[in-house]
Design a protein around this ligand. Structure first.
Ligand code: SF4
Length: 205
């Protein structure tokens, strides 16, 4: 069954755009709104997965997670990062290796959206800045996507951080290994864990 989301409706999308515009002058309120919308999306996706377990997974990381100046080609895989681990992408690589999941780094938002449209995954797990999260929800509303904002940046689009605990929780959930995780507080954007096992994606292109 098709994933149902309010982001598929023009009125909802335009209402959110208007609300963001109204909140923009008030400090962090716009980001709080985006986080609430993201949390609500994640709950919707978790509910969807309880009935429709995912077999194909697409994990998308933005390019700003990659260390500035690093020459590694990470577009098709994170093998070099596994050996290096000098930035967050190395930690992401280790998690993907542990869960045997292919990760892709999208250098532009439109490339990430194109990946979603061409690969047609059952589930997307992605992290991005607040603005790009909304862009993703607007651009590919038909695909269930578990989303989280980036945790920090040295400056705009430079050396961004990923909530690795959140990511590990999502990967464990997808791979049906959540019971193997050590006890720790669930990150705020995790949502509920379904009881059903979700198979991992076979592989990339
Ligand atoms: S982990 Fe190493 S190879 Fe991978 S992006 Fe970071 S610095 Fe580059």
């Amino acid at each position: 069954m098709k994933f149902r989301s309010p982001w598929q409706g023009t009125l909802f999308r335009e209402s959110v755009a208007m609300l963001r515009w109204l909140l923009r002058p008030f400090g962090n309120l716009e980001n709080h709104l985006v986080e609430r919308l993201t949390l609500s999306q994640n709950r919707r996706v978790i509910k969807h997965l309880q009935n429709f377990p995912a077999e194909k997974l697409l994990l998308i990381m933005p390019r700003c997670v990659k260390k500035t100046g690093c020459q590694a080609d990470v577009k098709n895989g994170l093998e070099e990062c596994l050996q290096c681990r000098r930035c967050t992408l190395g930690d992401v690589a280790q998690l993907c290796d542990h869960f045997d999941i292919a990760a892709l780094v999208a250098f532009r938002s439109h490339i990430a959206f194109e990946m979603a449209r061409t690969r047609k995954p059952d589930l997307i797990i992605a992290t991005a800045c607040h603005d790009r999260l909304i862009k993703a929800l607007r651009a590919v509303p038909d695909y269930p996507a578990l989303l989280a904002p980036l945790t920090a940046m040295d400056k705009m689009c430079v050396n961004a951080g990923v909530d690795l605990l959140w990511l590990e929780e999502q990967l464990a959930l997808v791979c049906g290994q959540q019971n193997d995780l050590p006890q720790r507080p669930i990150p705020s954007l995790t949502g509920e864990l379904p009881g059903q096992q979700i198979a991992r994606m076979a592989d990339g292109p």
